[in-house]
Design a protein around this ligand. Structure first.
Ligand SMILES: Cc1ncc(COP(=O)(O)O)c(C=O)c1O
Length: 395
């Protein structure tokens, strides 16, 4: 059968599961806040979210906030990062992981990622340490937990603060211990595509009471938790989450475990099925990554296995078949003009994954095996017609 991109019938016209999932619990929670006439960030639903999210990650403290970007900025400030400091960060992440460093007045120092995990390489991070290094921002990319035992050791050996950007990794665990329980402080996003969402939103968690208190004060105009409304003991701003957002997030939290199980089962099946189709490779699973929520599944694309078909042509063809694969970031983060001091960098692994990487988002993993069969059939179909596509492009 001809490829859809060449005028044939698409393999799939049925949509993948819609995101976000919602139902009666979200509706009832929203109405309950509405009827309470208490819609701001001091509502009980915010406190409930903080309590439950901290408990899920086995830490004592959580501070809800406006989004995952300010969460990273506040987390950095809470461990004392500021002007004159260097902070090590991977270049394969969303801009916020590094722009938040700039916002504190510190300098991001990019270190390469590991080809087998897409997370910051422990060796590259170690090599980037200088006398000015104050902290490391580790990103659990795509929901795959970074090697947190090694990063904890590295940070302790060098007296560095360890910040986990867990925007993709709600509920992930490394060696049985949740993300967020390894670092000095950790941050999450509840933005529209994230694994739990209220459209926007974020949360900061920590096992340290003083760190959490500083985060709370910064997000609440420098107040003390039990202090007066017009008492501001330190400089802060308003980064609060609203009661409506917290209400939705409490309902979303009830869905997380089941969704994580569904995605994990579908990824295991996809892994098995892809063994029969050369050219698209998932990095091996690591038993230490004891819980992975699979926010973004990242594949290496080997064009040689597709008769030399360039990645972007493969993606255009498979999208036309109804399979929502996408290219990874267009370039490493350091190529953005907001990081002029890093513009000269050419870190090999991140350069390669930005050229040869493909993403499948978590929503495609929330359905059943028939969805996964379609993904694999799409890859196979494009592969069978790769030569025709190349010939057409050459005309
Ligand atoms: C790794 C990472 N960190 C931080 C953020 C920022 O989160 P938000 O969009 O909620 O500001 C994102 C968001 O997409 C992200 O992917």
């Amino acid at each position: 059968m001809a490829l859809a991109i060449a005028g044939g019938t698409p393999l799939r016209t049925r949509p993948f599961p819609a995101w976000p999932e919602y139902g009666k619990p979200e509706e009832e929670a929203l109405l309950s806040v509405l009827h309470s006439r208490s819609w701001g960030g001091y509502h009980e639903s915010v406190k409930e979210l903080e309590r439950r999210f901290a408990a899920l990650h086995e830490v004592q403290h959580a501070v809800a906030c406006s989004n995952g970007t300010v969460a990273v900025e506040v987390a950095l400030r809470s461990v004392g990062v500021g002007p004159g400091d260097e902070v090590i960060v991977p270049p394969f992440t969303f801009v916020a992981s590094a722009s938040a460093i700039l916002l504190t007045g510190a300098t991001p120092v990019f270190a390469d990622i590991d080809a087998a995990t897409f997370n910051l390489s422990v060796q590259a991070a170690e090599a980037a340490i200088t006398p000015r290094t104050k902290a490391i921002v580790v990103v659990h990319f795509g929901g795959r937990p970074a090697e947190m035992d090694a990063f904890r050791c590295l940070a302790d050996q060098h007296g560095l603060k360890l910040i986990e950007d867990a925007a993709h990794a709600h509920g992930a665990r490394w060696m049985g211990t949740p993300v967020g329980a390894w670092g000095d402080v950790a941050t999450f996003s509840f933005q529209a595509f994230k694994l739990m969402t209220a459209g926007e939103g974020g949360i900061i968690i920590s096992k340290h009471a003083d760190v959490a208190d500083r985060c709370w004060a910064y997000c609440n105009q420098g107040r003390r938790r039990n202090g007066g409304w017009f008492e501001h003991y330190t400089l802060g701003t308003n980064y609060r989450l609203s009661a409506f957002q917290a209400a939705v997030l409490n309902a979303q939290l009830d869905r997380l475990e089941q969704q994580t199980r569904t995605r994990a089962a579908n990824v295991a099946y996809l892994r098995q099925q892809l063994e029969t189709v050369p050219g698209l490779y998932l990095p091996p699973d690591d038993p230490h990554a004891s819980q992975q929520p699979y926010y973004l599944l990242t594949f290496w694309y080997d064009s040689a296995a597709f008769d030399g078909l360039p990645r972007d042509q493969f993606i255009a063809a498979i999208q036309a078949e109804g399979i929502p694969m996408k290219p990874t970031y267009p370039h490493p983060l350091y190529r953005n003009p907001i990081f002029p001091t890093s513009a000269h960098l050419q870190l090999p692994v991140v350069e390669r994954i930005c050229r040869d990487g493909i993403w499948l988002s978590h929503t495609a993993l929330l359905g059943d095996r028939a969805d996964i069969d379609d993904v694999v059939a799409g890859v196979r179909k494009v592969r069978e017609h790769a030569n025709d596509l190349i010939a057409t492009a050459a005309k």
